[in-house]
Design a protein around this ligand. Structure first.
Ligand code: IPM
Ligand code: MN
Length: 357
């Protein structure tokens, strides 16, 4: 089959990690007889430098027309002092919005043979971890009204969290569908003891689940308690649904307990099969260009694209198995390095994985 993929390398380590994912895709294409047409487009800081916008028109157009989008990372010191709507991050947020990608899935799993890289005690993780965070991605405080100015001679700033029942219902549906394929257990995270949006969130999730998925065992957890439970007993969680901001924060935490944020990928989907796939980590400008970044998250993002947008499940497994194989053979990038392991760079790690497909 023929697939058109928009590749948005972005900034910092973005180009290196995307090169690793592209190498993997090339190997898959050869092995399984597919053709991936890659269309490279600017986003983030590099797009600001070249086109004066973090999300140029031609990037939007190509992303709306392609079969799926692969993204590296955006942002860097150079653009840190620009006004909010000219920042590299704005490019990514806008893209999520224009593509209507409200449903962000961030699986945090502990890979076999990587338990040593986890900061948690062995007894807490000995039975494995697989937490799937379903994060609402196009609403909440990320997209609410923002203000700043002067009031009573003092400077102030405000951001607004707003959710509609419709927005909560559709993300609940995504989470329920996933939970039905797994443990049928769903945890919904909010701050309903304080926030009005959270009270609506909780009520809506409950109403929706009771009506459409009565078999699902639904539990509410307050976000502060959730942050604690993730490090206290991560094995208790399976599918977790939450708002944009809480999902952003909790997914970094869940990622780290599996060893490294450099191992975690995410998919963002809306009503169509055309999605955006990216690592959950950032552009890491401090290590950019040094060939020491971990390409695995981006390689996994490409794998998720094959599975979730193109229904290529065998190809997904081929990549997942290749990653496990490389880990079993003790190859590690710096972020997951351990005693007695073989340290490799970004490019080498990607080659090792591609060679095992
Ligand atoms: C993420 C990132 C983004 C977010 C930034 C880069 C805007 O942290 O994908 O988790 O906050 O959503
Ligand atoms: Mn984040």
């Amino acid at each position: 089959m023929n697939y058109n993929i928009a590749v948005l390398k972005g900034d910092g380590i973005g180009p290196e990690i995307c090169a690793g994912a592209v190498l993997t895709l090339e190997k898959i294409a050869k092995k399984f007889g597919h053709k991936f047409n890659l269309n490279y487009l600017p986003v983030g800081g590099c797009a600001i430098d070249e086109y004066g916008s973090p999300l140029p028109e031609k990037t939007v157009k190509a992303c709306l027309e392609c079969d799926s989008v692969l993204l590296g990372a955006v942002g860097g010191y150079k653009w840190d002092n620009l006004p909010a709507d000219k920042r590299p991050e704005k490019g990514l947020l806008e893209l999520r919005k224009v593509m209507n990608l409200y449903s962000n899935i961030r699986p945090a799993k502990l890979w076999k043979n990587l338990a040593d890289a986890s900061p948690l005690k062995h007894e807490l993780i000995k039975n494995g971890i697989e937490i799937i965070i379903v994060r609402e991605l196009t609403g909440g405080i990320y997209f609410g009204e923002r203000k700043s100015g002067f009031e009573n001679c003092a400077e102030y700033a405000s951001d607004t969290e707003k959710y509609s029942v419709r927005e909560i219902e559709r993300i609940t549906k995504t989470a329920c569908e996933l939970a039905m394929k797994r443990s049928k257990k769903l945890v919904s995270v909010d701050k309903a003891n304080v926030l009005e949006t959270s009270r609506l969130w909780r009520k809506t999730v409950h109403d929706y689940c009771e009506k459409h998925y009565p078999e699902i065992e639904l539990t509410d957890v307050l976000v502060d308690n959730m942050a604690m439970q993730i490090v206290k007993d991560p094995a208790q969680f399976d599918v977790v649904v939450t708002s944009n901001l809480f999902g952003d924060i909790l997914s970094d935490e869940a990622a780290q307990i599996t060893g490294s944020i450099g191992m975690l990928a995410s998919s963002s989907l809306g009503e169509t099969k055309c999605g955006l796939y990216e690592p959950i980590h950032g552009s890491a400008p401090d290590i950019a260009g040094k060939d020491i970044a971990n390409p695995i998250a981006t390689i996994l993002a490409a794998a998720m694209m094959l599975r979730d947008s193109f229904n290529l499940t065998e190809e997904y497994s081929a990549i997942e198995n290749a990653i496990q194989k490389v880990l079993d053979e003790n190859y590690r990038t710096a972020d997951i390095m351990g005693k007695g392991k073989i340290k490799v760079g970004c490019k080498k790690m990607a080659e090792l994985i591609a060679n095992r497909i």
